[in-house]
Ligand binder design. Structure first.
Ligand code: NAD
Length: 270
């Protein structure tokens, strides 16, 4: 019975995490495993990183499997879900996380910079969530492990709402994820599928290594809570969104940002 279960646990469930060889994807794989889910650890090029994530999943007491794949490729995304089902079982949770930055001043941004970021950060999210919904429908509901038929969590960003000069491709993709998430949530909620996003602020990962090296002090001025986040800060928010503890949370962006979107420039009277 659902009422007797610990609503935060994900025991018996299978999660697919894209871009899980480093950073937030690795943190989320670990947090999902801590909560009891088996995890398909997707990577693009860093096999060693993916193996490290798999080790963390196992140390957390869960099963896992490593699978290479480009989330901007339809065939690779389908193969990813096939592998998850074959190796771990029917998929209950998808964390669509993979994403990159290719920054440039607007007039210096090449079409390739634009297309690469949009196809991974936005179209990749479309491909993964579409496949997730198709698979959820096939597997059917398993009330004994979750109240919902399936859970999708996108990795968005504070830049789904905060404009970001010099990063037009990235901000456009994250703004797109926001309405993709809400539209999909609206479309499939009646089937028992919950779709949400986590929207991180500044998290210490490879994506912003250079910015942190050059200007961590400046970055901290943008974070009222006074620290840069770590991957597990976001990973645990993902595990919560995927759990029955969040069963009535539908179409929501959960900001895990230390308050970054709260107009920190206004602290001290603006
Ligand atoms: P990261 O560079 O550590 O992780 C990016 C991951 O995406 C890597 O594991 C990489 O291998 C994978 N990847 C790249 N291309 C891929 C492809 N074609 N197919 C599959 N995987 C691919 O950086 P991160 O910060 O952990 O980034 C993860 C997500 O978090 C991104 O969507 C990013 O936009 C988002 N995010 C990060 C921050 C932050 O401050 N770090 C803030 C907000 C949002």
């Amino acid at each position: 019975m659902a009422a007797e279960r610990d609503m935060l646990r994900l025991d018996g469930q299978v999660a697919v995490v894209t871009g899980a060889s480093s950073g937030i994807g690795a943190g989320a794989a670990e947090a999902l495993a801590e909560a009891g889910a088996a995890v398909l650890v997707n990577y693009h090029s860093d096999r060693d990183g993916a193996e490290k994530t798999l080790k963390a999943v196992r140390e957390a007491g869960s099963r896992g499997f490593v699978m290479k794949g480009d989330v901007a490729s339809e065939a690779d995304v389908i193969a990813l879900f096939d592998a998850a089902e074959k190796e771990l079982g029917p998929v209950d949770i998808v964390f669509s996380n993979a994403g990159i930055q290719k920054d440039a001043a607007f007039t210096d941004m090449t079409l390739d910079d634009w297309n690469t970021v949009i196809s991974l950060n936005l179209t990749g999210g479309f491909l993964c969530s579409r496949e997730a919904v198709r698979r959820f429908r096939k597997k059917g509901r398993r009330e004994e492990i979750s109240r919902s038929l399936g859970k999708i969590v996108f990795n968005s960003s504070v830049h789904e709402v905060i404009p970001w000069a010099g990063h037009a491709n990235y901000a456009a993709a994250k703004g797109g994820i926001s309405l993709l998430m809400q539209t999909l949530a609206q479309e499939v909620a009646h089937e028992g599928i919950r779709v949400n996003s986590v929207a991180p602020g500044a998290i210490a990962t490879a994506i912003n290594e250079e910015e942190r090296r050059k200007g961590e002090k400046e970055m901290l001025k943008l974070i009222p809570y006074g620290r840069i986040g770590d991957p597990l800060d976001v990973g645990r928010a993902v595990a919560w969104l995927a759990s029955d503890a969040a069963d009535y949370v539908v179409g929501h962006s959960l900001f895990a940002d230390g308050g970054m979107r709260l107009y920190p420039g206004f602290i001290g009277n603006g």
